[in-house]
Design a protein around this ligand. Structure first.
Ligand SMILES: [Zn+2]
Length: 437
């Protein structure tokens, strides 16, 4: 007798969407049978027309704990993740204090998270000027790779790398690097303004283009794996395509806000829309969707990066002074599903972008897919139900969101982590540690 069987007419497997019975034993998927299969199980749940998805894997989340826990925290971020159908996150190394740039700092972060996480949590390390000697030990301690900025990160304790320092970091350890690609030589100081256009003009597409070129050249010189984080400027896409055609191990992600929000529609003073790189125009957005459809952009992740309402300058609406970051770990799935469906994409496409490929980026081959042997991280999802985004229903510590009031399709009904429904009571999340090969 197994623990659980979940039956759905719309199970999203690596082969596409089909009726199936997903059989769970000891926290793992032990079989994927026909929908009607007779299975002796302690619990048998028929989801009918509700879709059954693998839990999403969000490799770009800023939890900010310890040190800036008033911005977010492990309990709130992971509760929000579970409510949004995300069963694994990989935490970014900055905005917490200390940033995750040494083995000791990783230990401090894990202490802060222990016993509080409702989904599984892995960690990125950080590459900053001077810490190249620390990278091998931090990698051996289980981080999935290293984040580097090429421009100011927004916090003083996590400075950017110049091209020489980036080369030094890539040479220090054979790891996955993930790069915030904006070139400081093409960024301008934003003038105090409540007009979004003024902020947008301070971070032009050429800043991303130049930094992506820098990252690709560094990857080429070192033979390294480099992933471009939160790509916004479509003008950089041909560079990535050319790098891949050359056989370089260069990949890219984008985020729900770049795919669904448009510069022209951002109201004056609406700093909840501020992020870096910025949300651009509709024509740019079309090109991001094309790149996703072609497989040039492989992942859609949240870049959940909250702060407190005062730092977001909700009072003055000054885009220049506001913290750049959009919190959306709870909303990414319905935001993307709503837009993807309208463009003719399938749930299987969405699962590829938001579950399987982010899992593959960090080598989590036992997550992000409904397959025998994978963790039983699963989501009952009603693709046809709609809801209006109410910030009061977000589990984020600071429920500030550019999606407030929007009507979205797709409601997460239940999220299971290793076969256990996530209720918000007893946290069942575990640490994810990179497997050392
Ligand atoms: Zn980020």
């Amino acid at each position: 007798m197994v623990d659980l069987v979940l039956r759905s007419r719309r199970a999203v497997t690596p082969d596409g969407e089909r009726p199936a019975a997903v059989v769970v034993g000891a926290g793992r998927i032990v079989a994927v049978e026909a929908y009607e299969a007779v299975v002796e199980a302690a619990e048998d749940v028929d989801l009918g027309e509700l879709a059954l998805l693998p839990g999403l894997v969000d490799t770009h989340v800023h939890v900010n704990e310890p040190g800036r826990t008033e911005w977010e925290g492990f309990a709130t971020a992971t509760r929000a993740a579970a409510a949004g159908g995300v069963t694994a996150i990989v935490d970014m190394p900055l905005n917490s204090l200390p940033p995750t740039v040494t083995v000791d700092a990783l230990a401090v972060k894990k202490d802060a998270a222990a016993g509080r996480i409702h989904v599984d949590v892995g960690f990125w390390g950080g590459a900053i000027p001077g810490n190249a000697p620390d990278l091998p030990a931090l990698h051996a301690a289980g981080v999935y790779g290293f984040k580097a900025f090429l421009a100011d990160s927004g916090v003083p304790e996590f400075p950017p790398l110049n091209p020489g320092q980036l080369a030094e970091a890539l040479a220090a350890v054979p790891a996955q690097f993930v790069v915030h690609a904006e070139d400081p030589d093409h960024l301008h100081a934003a003038v105090p303004s409540s007009a979004y256009a003024d902020f947008l003009a301070s971070r032009p597409p050429r800043a991303e283009h130049a930094a992506v070129a820098t990252a690709i050249e560094a990857a080429r010189a070192a033979g390294a794996r480099v992933h471009i984080l939160h790509l916004s400027a479509a003008t950089a896409l041909p560079l990535i395509a050319a790098a891949r055609a050359d056989g370089l191990r260069v990949t890219a992600e984008t985020c729900p806000h770049y795919l669904t929000l448009e510069a022209a529609e951002i109201p004056a003073g609406a700093t909840e829309f501020k992020c870096c790189p910025p949300i651009r125009d509709a024509a740019n957005q079309e090109q991001l969707w094309s790149a996703l459809a072609e497989g040039l952009i492989t992942c859609v992740v949240s870049d959940h990066s909250p702060c407190t309402p005062d730092l977001k300058r909700q009072d003055t609406g000054d885009f220049a002074a506001a913290w750049g970051g959009i919190a959306s770990v709870q909303l990414g799935l319905p935001v993307i599903w709503t837009a993807a469906r309208a463009r003719g994409h399938s749930l299987a496409d969405v699962v590829g972008w938001m579950a399987r490929r982010p899992a593959d980026l960090v080598g989590l081959t036992g997550k992000g897919r409904i397959a025998v042997g994978a963790d039983a991280d699963l989501v009952a999802f009603d693709p046809d139900a709609t809801f209006v985004v109410d910030p009061a229903r977000l589990h984020h510590r600071n429920p500030v969101t550019p999606y407030a009031g929007k009507t979205l399709s797709g409601v997460v009904r239940t999220t299971w982590l290793r076969g256990q429904a996530v209720t918000g009571d007893a946290p069942q999340g575990r640490f994810l540690i990179r497997e050392v090969s």
